[in-house]
Design a protein. Structure first.
Length: 343
């Protein structure tokens, strides 16, 4: 099993400035690069101070000049926010500027808040249709002299300018959950990114079962990566605190997802402790049980099970609402104490 880092600039209040957040992001990425993680992933979001990531290609080009070893991935760009010609060209230029280190992750998106502002009010189903048109279009544009006549995109014969440095283009990863998205990814020779979010081992096992089913259908097997929040602690008191903080993070995630709460200056109205405690889906005990929260040995044991299930990569999701010191301490423990067990 390989290990990677997934990170945004992330906050739920204005306690950290955006410049401080970016310096924190750079520090975590430097630790991942020097610590032997295979890839650094960062995503795309708009108008949300919860996850500040307007264009991952910009961040990856910056990281290319600051890191030496890790591959650099979009986790993910959101298909309905892009024209295929623009995505193909910007991804290709990023591949050139990163000296062939790009991994291109693509998703349909998740937040109706963003759909309302970035599209003509597409819903998740229509966004999925955009994803299914985007992947073959980008591959066609990289090959050159490609025309497209689809439901969401239409353009005459076009060639990506520039073309990628990587022969046949960077690896493409598709964010998948249901069986149809797994089948689409495998059929189109794409790797797969999955996340159980706050859910437990049943979801972890169910996601790879769908992937294996798709691989059996199409008689081929790309890679599969699982993305999950993680925290490595030294004792139960520290782990309980981490679970509490990640529970608060998911309460804010859920509030953004529902898209019902007032938003000012890109920040959602603060949740009270009573609202957090009363959340019908999230609680700290469940986070402690279901997320990758534990001592080094507890996490090694759980990751060995993931490896046995067939996962090729575990991506350490660092966004958490924790302090920079907490994030760096946990990531260092993961690199120094967990990863060597998988050498």
């Amino acid at each position: 099993m390989k290990f990677s880092l997934f990170a945004h600039m992330e906050r739920v209040n204005e306690q950290q400035t955006q410049e401080q957040l970016y310096q924190e992001f750079l520090s975590l990425c430097d630790m991942a690069d020097q610590g032997g993680m295979c890839t650094i992933w960062t995503g795309e979001h708009h108008g949300m101070n919860f996850t500040i990531a307007p264009n991952p290609f910009l961040n990856l080009v910056d990281l290319a000049h600051r890191t030496k070893n890790a591959r650099l991935g979009t986790g993910t760009v959101v298909a309905p926010f892009w024209n295929p010609i623009k995505m193909a060209g910007e991804a290709a230029m990023t591949d050139i500027l990163t000296q062939g280190r790009l991994e291109l992750g693509i998703a349909r998106g998740a937040y109706s808040f963003e759909y309302e502002r970035m599209t003509d009010n597409l819903d998740a189903w229509q966004a999925g249709e955009c994803l299914r048109e985007m992947v073959p279009a980008v591959k066609g544009l990289w090959a050159g002299d490609y025309a497209h006549d689809g439901k969401h995109y239409q353009f005459p014969k076009t060639t990506s300018a520039p073309k990628p440095l990587t022969e046949d283009g960077p690896p493409i990863w598709v964010a998948a959950r249901d069986i149809n998205s797994h089948e689409f990814a495998v059929e189109n020779d794409c790797n797969v990114q999955v996340t159980p979010l706050w859910q437990g081992i049943e979801e972890v096992e169910g996601l790879i079962e769908k992937f294996n089913q798709a691989c059996e259908t199409y008689k081929k097997r790309p890679k599969i990566m699982i993305l999950q929040h993680a925290y490595v602690g030294k004792d139960e008191a520290e782990l309980a605190q981490a679970a509490k903080q990640l529970n608060e993070f998911y309460c804010y995630f859920g509030a953004w997802f529902k898209n019902e709460r007032p938003i000012n200056q890109g920040l959602i109205q603060q949740l009270s402790q009573a609202e957090i405690d009363a959340h019908p889906m999230y609680n700290a005990d469940a986070m402690r049980r279901d997320l990758m929260i534990g001592t080094s040995q507890q996490i090694i044991d759980r990751l060995k099970h993931y490896e046995d299930l067939g996962y090729d990569e575990f991506s350490y999701w660092s966004d958490s609402g924790m302090s920079r010191e907490q994030k760096e301490t946990s990531l260092k423990r993961f690199i120094d104490e967990v990863m060597p067990a998988f050498s």
